[in-house]
Design a protein around this ligand. Structure first.
Ligand code: URA
Length: 259
């Protein structure tokens, strides 16, 4: 019910925006990759220092994230908040998906309409990414879902792959990787390496995180400058254990109650 009301509000806001700026029939031609909306949300200084980072600063997202950060927030609130934030962020990051024109018949007359031009694939990085995939999948129920399982080798601190399964991809597929915490950037960059090897075009990959560390965003940019990162917050730093400060602790543990 909550999700339905939220989607209805988002839809009405979007209609009001489009009515003023775009004629329905010209919508597709203006939908080439346009990140203006997210750019407006990221401050100019952040854009200069982190060129591929977009901070989604919607007040509802920031409010909910603060509750998630609080160490007293436990299950099931933590999971529900992550789900809600993911849904809100999904709306923002999918703003520039491309459309193609289709012909349909309404009960009254033939009409031209639109459908998503690309196949969309959601890829959570296990295990915490699962907590973000649901919100995104709710908004795009036709999306297929791949999974990447990585853990960090305690000695080398490098990601080790233990699971990788993707639906069929083409150069046109749009892949949205989700992982709540962009910490060192090693896992996220490794996940992108895997996708590129599997045939996904880097320009068609988006990365959605909840909280990011400056060190991780820089490392990510050094390896994949063409992949856009959408995050709800850019925090202060990493600590000696590669946890984000202030962060929210171990997202996987808090999500699955394994702390
Ligand atoms: N992974 C987490 O879950 N939390 C952090 O702070 C860093 C990595």
């Amino acid at each position: 019910m909550f999700q339905f009301i939220m989607l209805a509000c988002l839809f009405l806001t979007s209609c009001a925006e489009n009515r003023n700026t775009q004629d329905f029939t010209t919508l597709t031609s203006t939908m080439a990759y346009d990140v203006k909306r997210a750019e407006n949300n990221s401050s100019q200084s952040t854009q200069k220092e982190y060129p591929n980072l977009y901070i989604v600063k919607h007040p509802l997202i920031q409010h909910k994230l603060t509750i998630m950060r609080d160490k007293n927030t436990k299950l099931p609130a933590f999971n529900q908040l992550l789900d809600e934030i993911s849904l809100l962020m999904s709306y923002e990051i999918t703003h520039s998906l491309q459309l193609k024109t289709v012909n349909i018949d309404t009960p009254v007359a033939p009409a031209k309409g639109f459908e998503l031009a690309q196949d969309i694939i959601i890829v959570p990085i296990l295990r915490a990414g699962l907590g973000m995939a649901h919100g995104l999948n709710h908004l795009i129920p036709t999306a297929k879902v791949g999974h990447i399982g990585l853990y960090r080798d305690p000695a080398t601190k490098k990601p080790v792959e233990y699971f990788f399964k993707l639906p069929p991809v083409t150069k046109e597929s749009m892949v949205i990787i989700v992982d709540p915490m962009l910490a060192t950037g090693n896992s996220s960059a490794y996940a992108i390496d895997l996708l590129v090897k599997a045939g996904v075009a880097p320009k068609n990959i988006l990365f959605m995180a909840l909280v990011s560390a400056p060190e991780g965003v820089r490392a990510f940019h050094a390896r994949h400058p063409e992949v856009k990162i959408f995050t709800a917050a850019l925090d202060e730093k990493l600590n000696d254990h590669a946890y984000i400060v202030p962060g929210l602790g171990d997202a996987g543990d808090r999500l699955f109650g394994t702390e």
